[in-house]
Ligand binder design. Sequence first.
Ligand SMILES: Cc1ncc(C[n+]2csc(CCOP(=O)(O)OP(=O)(O)O)c2C)c(N)n1
Ligand SMILES: [Mg+2]
Length: 358
Amino acid sequence: MASGSSVKSTKRKETKAAKSASPGKKAAKANGAHRPPPLSAEERLDLYRQMLLIRRFEERAGQMYGMGLIGGFCHLYIGQEAVVVGMQACVQPQDSVITSYRDHGHMLACGAEPKEIMAELTGRRGGSSGGKGGSMHMFAADRKFYGGNGIVGAQVSIGTGLGFAAKYRQSDGVSLTYFGDGAVNQGQVHESFNMASLWSLPVVYVIENNKYGMGTSIERASATGDLYRIADELKIPGRQVDGMDVEAVKEAGGDAIARCRAGNGPYILEMLTYRYRGHSMSDPAKYRSKEEVARVRSEQDPITNLYARLMEDSQASEETLKQIDTEVRAVAADAAEFAQNSPEPDPAELYSDVLMQA
Ligand SMILES: Cc1ncc(C[n+]2csc(CCOP(=O)(O)OP(=O)(O)O)c2C)c(N)n1
Ligand SMILES: [Mg+2]
């Protein structure tokens, strides 16, 4: 029967997907095993600290969710830290950032206050949006961070608009527009690509290819696996990057941003990455094996690998790295405490900042 054979072929593809879930290796091959020049100890330690802060912050958020302190959806970024940390290491103050609902790491990497992010998660007054946005709708206009968007792909059109604004106002800014593998084949995404190419807009499209859109693997959702070539016909160049290697991300991000800033139009970076947790806190992730996750964690973890490089190149001692862990754990713990003690929003605030049409 036709349906039977399609189930079989889907299963075959999933097995293939599980076997090929080694993001770093594939990109290293695609980039000709190019290893960027090593950074200084100071630069590497800064990247290490930022990735570890995101990891510890999100672990804490996961615990708080489990304790019933965070309501609604909560999508953790654990595993993908190298992408946003490597990219944000290349930006200038005039550059803008926009992403999906998987946004806590992006807020942290943009320099927003951990306490305010955690209080936003618990829906408290001290949150970055006064507790009215929550996990999916983080926002920090003072950091040029434009969300936190719950509609898959919507941020690609808005991010393209941010690129248009930068060009129109001659601000010399670049729009960093992050989105997932699950969004690349959407209509509005391609309409945005077309405009950006036609008008030569300064937009770096960062595809965070973590292999899954909810429970659907990229192999089952997309006719092409080479997402960095998705806008070839629209003349947008692209590059595939090992998104588990923060130094490779930084190198590729620096190139792409400089290219856009110089007026060469948009660019696509496909980051091969992986999320360790389920799609959201309520996802038991039954569509992939525990072994698949364990393999990526043990072979490709961006934090463990940078730790190893720091040690290998004698750029840091075990004590220094342990000290960083202690410090970021304390930041996450302080944020959690603040987020539990901050008061609930005033009921009078219910309708403020809310657009209503009669
Ligand atoms: C327009 C739209 N369709 C469907 C959904 C439901 N949905 C939420 S997340 C998601 C998967 C997106 O996957 P991906 O873009 O790969 O991002 P990831 O969650 O992996 O970061 C879907 C289909 C939605 N929020 N918006
Ligand atoms: Mg995805």
